[in-house]
Design a protein around this ligand. Structure first.
Ligand SMILES: Cc1cc2nc3c(=O)[nH]c(=O)nc-3n(C[C@H](O)[C@H](O)[C@H](O)COP(=O)(O)OP(=O)(O)OC[C@H]3O[C@@H](n4cnc5c(N)ncnc54)[C@H](O)[C@@H]3O)c2cc1C
Length: 465
């Protein structure tokens, strides 16, 4: 059979791949997308979306437990774990199905199968029915990533879980160890801890949420500890001894090893890119450990081969993947003035309780980069809406370049901050200065007023604190 020909072939239908495909189709390209498992990738099926559905259940549970604070009555509060998981899976399936419709609507050829790139301009797809050969001048590799497995700490699905097992628990852990306190580890720790599981988090770095501003990490830690979580920093899990229904973790801190028993362990020690088996190295594509090396336009250095999303390195976030998809599709379609990808302008959000969100330089990184800075802070307790919501724990921190007034970074912890951070992202994208932000009118009563107050505070002008 003759090879089918396209202008652009996308391998992987995660938030990187499917967005690239849609943007390409919008610009008049004849596009094919190849997916081996599930439309929507990790994000919709095993990542962003199902975790947020689980966390919503634990958030509502937490609010019900606090019903009295709001003058309400709720007795015998409980949960049905199967129903919580069923809801999360339902949300994931609904969105994954929606991607199929979007492909059809945009007249994108969808091929379910495993793709390889046997040569430049060629893609071979193993499907249920045999092998399909495709050709295109441009190939976008968007094959994503999977959980990192450390020797001795490998998941078995029974006692030791990856995020996939943690999203579909068959039982509620009683005593849980979470290894790793990045966004994924902390979100699961928060979910299980809120539902009453005795939860310990072990982090090898000197603080939890290590990429966040140190003050925000410390604030979040205090809140988690208040909620009953145990947090062990500068600590390492050396070994897991698996027994019947229990795991003994060998936990090392300050050169001493302590043995602690758990019934469940979640390993959240990072991810590795899906670089294998595609034929990338044979094509001359450069790979650093498990990530493809790309430039600011996601070009691999091999003509006609691009890499986007998790496979193209940090930050490992869905919105970064989608943005890169748009950039590459526009480049391929010959658009003028395509914006390069600026990872430092991409916000990170963690949907634990309290939520954490940030963009740009932390205080430490700004100083390291040689900036003289002005720092503003505003606590949730000074905000009327936060108090009315019963969410008075949190803070908003802003960092400015003292010389130019440029907003270098913004860091938040507290209720709904994952929805608020975009205000600062827009500000940074428009190269906003302190003056613009101070002269902007923020609606009252909203949590967003704290974003204004934090800026005012950096210049000694905060009103409500
Ligand atoms: C538990 C968890 C929670 C997360 N929460 C968030 C969050 O709240 N916010 C956020 O921004 N990010 C979150 N992430 C990260 C986010 O899921 C990823 O950054 C995002 O999915 C990356 O998109 P991608 O398109 O690069 O890859 P993926 O979503 O991984 O998609 C890649 C696709 O390629 C397919 N594929 C791979 N190899 C082949 C092949 N050879 N042939 C055909 N198809 C192939 C895979 O089946 C997959 O569907 C979370 C991740 C996890 C694990």
């Amino acid at each position: 059979m003759a090879a089918k020909s396209f202008d652009m072939i996308v391998i992987g239908a995660g938030p990187g791949g499917y967005v690239a495909a849609i943007r390409g189709a919008q610009l008049g390209l004849n596009v094919a997308i190849v997916e081996r498992e599930h439309m929507g990738g990790i994000c919709l099926n095993w990542g962003c979306i199902p975790t947020k559905a689980l966390l919503r259940s634990s958030e509502v549970f937490h609010l019900m437990e606090r019903a009295k604070d709001y003058g309400l009555k709720a007795d015998n509060i409980g949960y049905d774990l199967d129903a919580v998981v069923k809801r999360s899976r339902g949300v994931a399936n609904q969105l994954s199905g929606g991607i199929g419709h979007l492909m059809k609507k945009n007249k994108i050829t969808t091929i379910m199968g495993e793709a390889t790139i046997p040569a430049k301009g060629k893609v071979s797809v193993k499907t249920d029915k045999g092998t399909e050969e495709l050709t295109a001048k441009n190939i976008i590799v968007a094959t994503g990533a999977r959980a990192r497995e450390l020797p001795g700490l490998e998941a078995d699905g029974d006692l030791v879980w990856t995020y996939k097992h943690a999203l579909t628990p068959k039982r509620m852990p009683k005593k849980l160890l979470v290894i790793g306190s990045g966004a994924i580890g902390i979100e699961f720790a928060s979910f299980y801890n809120t539902l009453g599981c005795d939860t310990t988090v072990v982090e090898v770095m000197d603080r939890i949420l290590p990429v966040e501003d140190a003050e925000i990490s410390a604030f979040a830690k205090k809140q988690f500890v208040k909620q009953g979580m145990k947090i062990m920093e500068k600590t390492m899990v050396k070994q897991l001894e698996r027994g019947k229904g229990k795991v003994t973790a060998h936990i090392e801190a300050n050169g001493k090893v302590e043995k602690v028993e758990f019934d469940t362990v979640i390993s959240a020690v990072g991810i590795v890119g899906n670089v294998e088996g595609l034929g990338l190295e044979e094509l001359g594509v450069k790979i650093d450990r498990t990530h493809v090396i790309v430039d600011e336009y996601c070009r691999t250095g091999v003509e006609g081969v691009y890499a986007i999303g998790d496979i193209a390195g940090a930050p490992w976030l869905a919105h970064k993947a989608s943005h890169e998809g748009v950039v590459v599709a526009e480049l391929i379609a010959g658009q003028k003035d395509v914006h390069p990808v600026r990872p430092e302008a991409i916000a990170g959000c963690t949907y634990c309780h309290p939520q954490v969100a940030s963009v740009g330089f932390t205080e430490e990184k700004a100083k390291e980069a040689g900036y003289k800075i002005k720092v503003g802070r505003f606590p949730f307790i000074g905000n009327g809406k936060a108090i009315a919501l019963g969410e008075s724990e949190g803070m908003v921190k802003t960092i400015f370049d003292e010389k130019t007034g440029e907003l270098l970074g913004a860091h938040m912890v507290g209720a709904e901050v994952t929805e608020l951070i975009q205000g600062y992202v827009v500000g940074r994208a428009l190269e906003t200065t302190e003056e613009d932000l101070m002269n902007t009118v923020f609606p009252h009563p909203t949590l967003s007023e704290m974003m204004h107050e934090s800026v005012l505070d950096a210049y000694g002008r905060a009103i409500h604190f």
